[in-house]
Design a protein around this ligand. Structure first.
Ligand code: IVH
Length: 666
């Protein structure tokens, strides 16, 4: 066959396959049999093998699982991928409603209700109608490039029905039946089972080899349009319809709602339908429809103020308390924990439930041997709801909080005004181990492979006495550990090496300073920029920072005054751990790589120089005049003739607000 004939044939095959794919996986109404579809696919692949030069980026053959990747590339989310605040009751929803009405200054609002899909959030990018890649949420600001796995999702369009450039967000999931099938297959092969469909979907997307994802029937619902070059839909509802028209799979149970009662009806209806759906949902999401109002309400660092997840009430189960033990946390807090007879609850097997502190233990009156009702608070944390008093017999044993730390034997104290008992011995083994775990955690230094059991092993073998020692681990030292293969040792050393380059805020969080969470760590790092500056900061300087209260300030001062902390910091410095905020990977922002901008008119928020710097620091460039090579015209007030020229050349014109969305990181 000649190349020209092959090209035409290939085009025809791709068109047919795309149409059937869409009919089957998006519309759920197949037009041909599986065998016929497979035949078309085989024909396409055979022809592409003969004419490799004719393979296109949007060819459906890309879905079968390409070559494995070596590592997950990091992708920074120009528009952060926020999470949602949750409410669990009608009362809480009403409070949220009142708050929104007040801030919006409007009495009647239009809402969009959507099922809350229990899967994994992803972001997808398209340029001129073609899928260019996608990433996981990660920490909301930086995710992992999982394009190779996303390509295998049949309901994800590789080519849109219009040649538009956009970014959408959605949820990757596995249907209930595929999940069961997958687990049955794993069971028969002696592989560990996935706890729930979400874990199965997450596990599949986090594979380097796309052939694994290709074998797992992943699916995707798209629920938001976050960026669109060109004309914008008026509101979220319109955006959803538009996304559907473009070929995306948008959930069919989305609904336009107007008052509180309508929202409650929608919630109840979805709760009723929950079991009939072919995928898992754990609540509904309510979003303000109007984009301008969304903007007006804005977002916190974690979640938008214009949306809420209204979760279905947690499942409850009855089980027995086999024992009550105490756990020593990172900061020495002694927490009583109920050891339960294992029970399946909302998708996982629950074996323990925290009793929080002495007061709550008293209040709940739980004794060893009691029958109790358990649920998952916020759908995640197992909790004892109440003791079933009628079932209590004489064999139950009360539990008394210990006088000494179960880990180091030192006397424990309860500070005035605090609910928790604490062990104040900084060298307490349990605390040290917890500090290592925290340091290595994802939000901290993100040391892959260093979890709970390895942290314990390293400490118990005397290899790591504080987090500063982590960086002097070697292959020889690790070889002495039980169950530590050569490959795992090398992987661990590699992740340690990688973690040295983390920006300061991750290190600060990882150090586990009391009261310094992710948010405070970011604020401190952004202000002080270098660890030594923060180490020397006075209490006044710290308290002056917005959002840093006196408690955090005092805790930071106290931390850096400890000799043990100075020693750790010295070790980290020697090992070459990055102490700066600027040099971290987050600043290697090349989100505008290769993009050419032209500016016209006056901008409200920035000078031309500032805009130029913002673009150039992200890898883009600013040109003086419009040509075919221009990607965007940033147009302010009173634009000049450049605007007309851009329009005639069909160059995307963006407003200051859109530009801000493109560059905004927080
Ligand atoms: S909107 C800024 N819509 O729920 C708005 N999220 O708990 C962010 N999710 O990270 C998300 N279904 O993974 C939205 N219809 C839906 C959703 C949904 C499921 C997930 C998503 C998000 C998480 C927050």
């Amino acid at each position: 066959m000649e190349s020209k004939t092959a090209e035409l044939k290939l085009q025809e095959l791709r068109k047919q396959i795309d149409e059937h794919n869409y009919a089957y996986h998006v519309l759920d109404s197949p037009r041909i049999s599986d065998e016929e579809f497979d035949r078309l696919m085989r024909e396409l692949i055979q022809l592409e093998t003969l004419f490799p030069a004719l393979v296109t980026a949007d060819s459906p053959s890309r879905r079968v699982g390409g070559k494995p990747v070596d590592v997950f590339r990091e992708i920074s989310h120009v528009i952060p991928m926020l999470s949602l605040e949750n409410v669990f009751s009608e009362g809480e929803l009403r409070d949220f409603f009142q708050r929104v009405k007040r801030s919006a200054g409007a009495d009647s609002l239009s809402w969009v209700g959507e099922p809350k899909i229990d899967g994994l959030a992803v972001s997808l990018s398209y340029e001129k109608g073609l899928f260019t890649g996608g990433a996981t949420r990660g920490d909301g600001y930086t995710g992992e490039d999982i394009t190779h796995n996303l390509l295998t999702i049949k309901s994800l369009p590789l080519k849109l029905k219009e040649k538009v450039s956009l970014e959408v967000r959605g949820e990757v999931f596995i249907s209930k039946s595929s999940f069961q099938q997958l687990n049955r297959a794993r069971e028969s092969r002696g592989l560990p089972l996935f706890a729930n469909p979400r874990n199965a979907a997450a596990g599949s997307l986090r594979q380097l080899d796309p052939r694994i994802a290709a074998e797992r029937p992943l699916d995707i619902f798209i629920y938001s349009l976050v960026y669109l070059a060109g004309e914008q839909p008026g509101d979220h509802w319109e955006a959803l319809q538009y996304l559907r028209e473009l070929g995306f799979k948008v959930n069919s149970h989305v609904s336009l709602l107007s008052g509180f009662d309508e929202i409650m009806d929608y919630y109840r209806e979805m709760e009723r339908k929950r079991n009939e759906l072919f995928y898992e949902i754990d609540g509904v999401v309510l979003k303000i429809n109007d984009y301008q109002l969304q903007e007006k309400l804005g977002a916190t660092s974690r979640a938008p103020r214009w949306a809420i997840a209204f979760k279905f009430s947690a499942e409850e189960k009855i089980t027995s308390v086999e024992d009550i033990q105490v756990n020593v946390g990172r900061t020495g807090t002694i927490t009583p924990v109920a050891i339960l007879q294992p029970v399946r609850l909302a998708g996982t097997v629950v074996k323990r439930a925290s009793l929080h502190n002495e007061d709550i233990l008293q209040e709940k009156g739980v004794m060893i041997g009691d029958r109790v009702v358990v649920h998952k608070a916020g759908d995640v944390i197992p909790e004892i709801v109440r003791v079933i008093a009628e079932e209590r017999d004489e064999s139950v044993k009360p539990f008394v909080m210990p006088k000494v730390c179960p880990s180091c034997g030192e006397a424990v104290k309860r500070l005035p005004g605090e609910a928790a008992l604490r062990c104040f011995n900084p060298a307490c083994p349990a605390q040290v181990i917890e500090r290592i775990i925290h340091f290595a955690s994802r939000a901290g230094m993100d040391i892959v492979g260093l979890g709970e059991s390895l942290s314990r092993q390293l400490y118990e073998a005397g290899l790591v006495k504080d987090v500063g020692d982590l960086y002097s681990l070697t292959e020889e030292k690790l070889a002495a550990l039980e169950r530590m293969g050569e490959k795992s040792a090398q992987n661990l050393l590699q992740s340690l090496e990688k973690s040295k380059k983390n920006p300061l805020y991750k290190l600060l969080y990882g150090l586990g300073i009391r009261l310094v969470g992710e948010r405070a760590a970011r604020i401190l790092a952004a202000h002080f920029k270098k660890l030594p500056h923060l180490q020397n900061a006075s209490l006044e300087e710290l308290t002056l920072l917005v959002e840093i209260g006196p408690g955090i300030a005092a805790s930071v001062r106290e931390f850096f005054r400890q000799e043990a902390a100075s020693k750790i910091i010295e070790k980290l410095e020697k090992a070459g751990v990055n102490f700066f905020e600027e040099t971290g990977k987050r600043d290697e922002d090349n989100t505008l790589q290769g993009k050419a901008f032209v500016l016209t008119g006056t901008l409200e928020g920035y000078s031309r120089q500032e805009v130029k710097e913002l673009i150039e620091s992200r890898g883009g460039k600013v040109l003086g005049s419009i040509s075919k090579k221009t990607d965007f015209l940033l147009s302010g007030d009173n634009p000049g003739s450049k605007l007309d020229k851009a329009k005639s050349l069909k160059i995307t014109v963006i407003s200051e607000g859109e530009f801000e969305k493109m560059i905004r990181k927080k």
